[in-house]
Write a protein that binds this ligand. Structure first.
Ligand SMILES: Cc1ncc(C[n+]2csc(CCOP(=O)(O)OP(=O)(O)O)c2C)c(N)n1
Ligand SMILES: [Mg+2]
Length: 322
């Protein structure tokens, strides 16, 4: 990967990291009243995949959605306003962190019912194919979602219709506190499962943004050329607690040594080291990036905090039944 592209991907990852660290910091003020599932440690997947997409392409996400939303070009101000429950939020303050949406950039939405948005991505791709557009639809989900029936139905249908979908499984080894070993038989192989459904599949290091970018590039090209769906399994690791701004290794469901091992494999630091070794990034440039991102976040937080809450009369708007 050339240094210019890697530099752009590094900036996008750093931005997501700093946004989420700010959310974690501000969360204690108890002004953000929605649950937050942070993707710190997993930024390379969102960034490496979305760098292959245009605003016309579609993305769907789940409960851990901030990185996907920002990587797809979602508006930071309206995202933070949404977390603060404000009327200027991307879901008018009614959705919170787990219901982000930005149609202007093809972020069709996030929803926290595990697996629920996978078939919506397939439907978006079906629509795209019927209209002869070949827009790509990407579904981001955790490995927990691959244990649900809807995942298999979606792969089957997408393969049947040769739809332009990329299924992106972020395998971070845990579903809340449950490791893979208590949820899936050791022999279970997602690559073989995809093959069984007639879906092309690749596995790769989800903490190396260049690897993610290359795999997603092939998958998106296949989709655009009418070659049908691809499943990507990208291995990564969540640093913070499943839900919330803190760390929870003290609970004992995973070891400090395992956590440290993954922290050494930080996707942001990895890209920074690679760029540094090539002479494409120095301390001064890194400091400029931090300052620019901090200023952008300051602005967005101020916007969110000073925006009004929705009026009580808005409560019954956008619902199916009055
Ligand atoms: C259908 C459904 N079952 C259970 C839950 C509760 N829940 C929320 S997140 C989560 C863990 C999902 O794990 P995974 O898909 O691996 O994503 P990760 O949190 O690791 O990113 C669970 C069980 C839910 N939201 N929806
Ligand atoms: Mg998981």
């Amino acid at each position: 990967m050339n240094a210019e592209t890697l530099g752009e991907l590094f900036y996008a990852m750093l931005r997501i990291r700093l946004v989420e660290e700010r959310i974690a910091e501000l969360y204690a003020e108890q002004e953000m009243r929605c649950p937050v599932h942070l993707c710190i440690g997993q930024e390379a997947v969102a960034v490496g995949v979305c760098a292959n997409l245009s605003p016309d392409d579609y993305v769907l996400s789940g409960h851990r959605s901030h990185g996907h939303y920002l990587a797809k070009g979602g508006n930071l101000k309206t995202m933070l306003a949404e977390l603060y429950g404000k009327v200027t939020g991307c879901a008018q303050g009614k959705g919170g962190s787990m219901h982000l949406v930005d149609l202007a950039v093809g972020f069709l939405g996030a929803a926290p019912i595990v697996g629920s948005t996978i078939p919506i991505a397939v439907g978006a791709a079906f629509g795209s194919a019927l209209r002869g557009e070949r827009r790509v639809a990407v579904a981001f989900f955790g490995e927990g979602a691959t244990e649900e029936g809807i995942f298999h139905e979606s792969l089957n249908f997408a393969a049947m219709k040769k739809l332009p979908v990329v299924f992106v499984c972020e395998n971070n080894l845990y579903s809340v506190y449950s490791p893979l070993s208590v949820r899936q038989p050791a022999e279970r192989d997602l690559m073989a499962i995809a093959a069984g459904h007639g879906v092309a599949a690749e596995r790769g290091d989800g903490n190396d943004v260049a690897v993610v970018y290359a795999l997603a590039g092939e998958a998106a090209a296949r989709a655009r050329q009418g070659g049908g769906p691809t499943l990507l399994e990208l291995t990564t690791y969540r640093w913070r607690e499943h839900c919330g701004p803190l760390y929870d290794n003290d609970l004992g469901y995973r070891s400090e040594a395992e956590f440290e091992g993954w922290r050494q494999r930080c996707p942001v630091a990895h890209a920074e080291r690679t760029l540094g070794a090539r002479g494409a990034l120095d301390e001064a440039e890194i400091a400029r990036m931090h300052a620019a991102i901090a200023a952008e976040i300051d602005d967005a937080v101020a916007f969110a905090k000073t925006s009004p809450f929705p009026k009580p009369s808005a409560l019954l708007e956008h619902v199916y039944a009055q």
